[in-house]
Design a protein around this ligand. Structure first.
Ligand code: SAH
Length: 268
């Protein structure tokens, strides 16, 4: 590892601090019954800590330059399986072959794949019991935002439509090698059986369009979908919201009601 060259294109910001690594494993609630998927092993520092607690750890890493180093760690840990592959491209069935039942995800993810990675596991499988992931602080704030705040938006609604999100701890940029330009936060995403709209695709489109211009009213934004303002105003009036309402003033439940009422006007 001495001569290792960190690669920006792989989002490589490693953690070497033992206290932080232990805190991540403990926040994830890993016990000797757990099978764990780690995405982005890097130098294997978190991997080793996970192996101390878990029944089994499967660790994906895209950077072939880390192969020898990670295979060496695998040799020393009977419960570790290293996969030198792109976890984002890997078929979910292929990943899940390694596990006997449900599994937990723990990852210090590269920032640019945070959302695709999280939504891949939220949308394509029921077998993930929790995801404890390090993300950019701003992303963590958006995921855990409350209504009527400037952080509340598409990301908040789309993740909370599938899961509960807990903001665990802020992690300063100086904790990483090399330090990134932003601070991070550890969050725990717990998939849950939540209320769903009649049509997920229309729901997603409606949420996206409702927030397309944050200063405009809901009915103004939704008119982009060809829905008349009076239809929107009637629909939100049914749950007591005035025509001046903006997207950030609607709860997820209200977005679901709205989507179900207006779906007949939307072509997809
Ligand atoms: N978990 C380590 C490394 C974090 S940096 C630590 O905490 O120190 C993120 C790691 O993810 C890097 O090693 C990077 O090479 C790897 N990575 C980036 N994209 C990936 C992908 N699509 N699949 C698997 N690993 C990936």
């Amino acid at each position: 590892m001495e001569n290792f060259k960190f690669k920006k294109e792989f989002g490589q910001n490693f953690i070497f601090d033992g206290n932080l690594l232990s805190a991540i494993v403990s926040d994830a609630g890993i016990t000797s019954d757990d099978e764990v998927l780690e995405i982005g092993a890097g130098a294997g520092t978190l991997t080793k800590k996970l192996c101390e607690k878990a029944k089994k750890v499967v660790s994906y890493e895209i950077d072939k330059n880390l192969t020898e180093h990670l295979y060496e760690i695998q040799k020393q840990n009977q419960n570790l399986q290293v996969e030198m592959k792109d976890a984002l491209k890997e078929n979910i069935d292929e990943i899940e072959k390694h596990f006997s039942g449900n599994y937990k995800i723990v990852a210090n993810l590269p920032y640019y794949i945070t959302s695709p990675m999280i939504f891949k596991f939220l949308e394509q499988t029921q077998r993930v019991s929790s995801m404890t992931v390090m993300v950019q602080k701003e992303v963590a704030e958006r995921f855990s935002a409350k209504e009527n705040s400037k952080e509340y938006g598409i990301a908040t609604i789309m993740i909370n439509y599938h899961a509960d999100v807990e903001y665990l701890r802020t992690v300063g940029r100086q904790m990483f090698t090399p330090p990134p330009n932003v601070d991070s936060a550890l969050i725990k995403i717990t998939p849950a059986n939540k209320e769903k709209a009649n049509n997920d695709e229309i729901f997603a489109l409606m949420v996206k369009t409702a927030f397309s211009s944050r200063r405009k009213t809901l009915s103004n934004n939704l008119s982009k979908l060809g829905i008349s303002k009076s239809d929107v105003d009637n629909a939100i009036g049914d749950f007591g919201k005035p025509p001046t309402t903006r997207a950030e003033q609607l709860s997820i439940h209200e977005f679901i009601l709205l989507s179900n009422k207006l779906q007949k006007f939307v072509k997809i």
